[in-house]
Ligand binder design. Structure first.
Ligand SMILES: [Zn+2]
Length: 85
């Protein structure tokens, strides 16, 4: 372990995924998501080190819970201030 490879939060140059075999690094969220699905390096098939925290996929829609299906917007968002007078 070397101090030079430590990741600093907020550093834009930090790769999201890095191959432990060929040391190739990916910086894009889309690439990181694809590699997470594949589970191996796209170049050499080696093991991957995921460095960034999990984030929701850009194409994935948020799950809709059935509990909210029949509710009015006010029940979810709170009573509008105009109604509280
Ligand atoms: Zn590789």
């Amino acid at each position: 372990m070397t101090a030079a490879t430590g990741t600093v939060p907020g550093m834009r140059s930090s790769p999201r995924v890095r191959c432990e075999d060929c040391d190739f690094a990916w910086y894009g969220a889309t690439a990181a998501h694809g590699l997470r699905l594949i589970g191996a390096c796209a170049r050499c098939g080696g093991p991957l080190a995921f460095l960034a925290a999990d984030e929701p996929a850009p194409s994935a829609a948020p799950p809709v819970t059935e509990r909210l299906a029949g509710l009015s917007p006010a029940a979810v968002l709170g009573t509008p201030t105009t109604w509280a007078r």
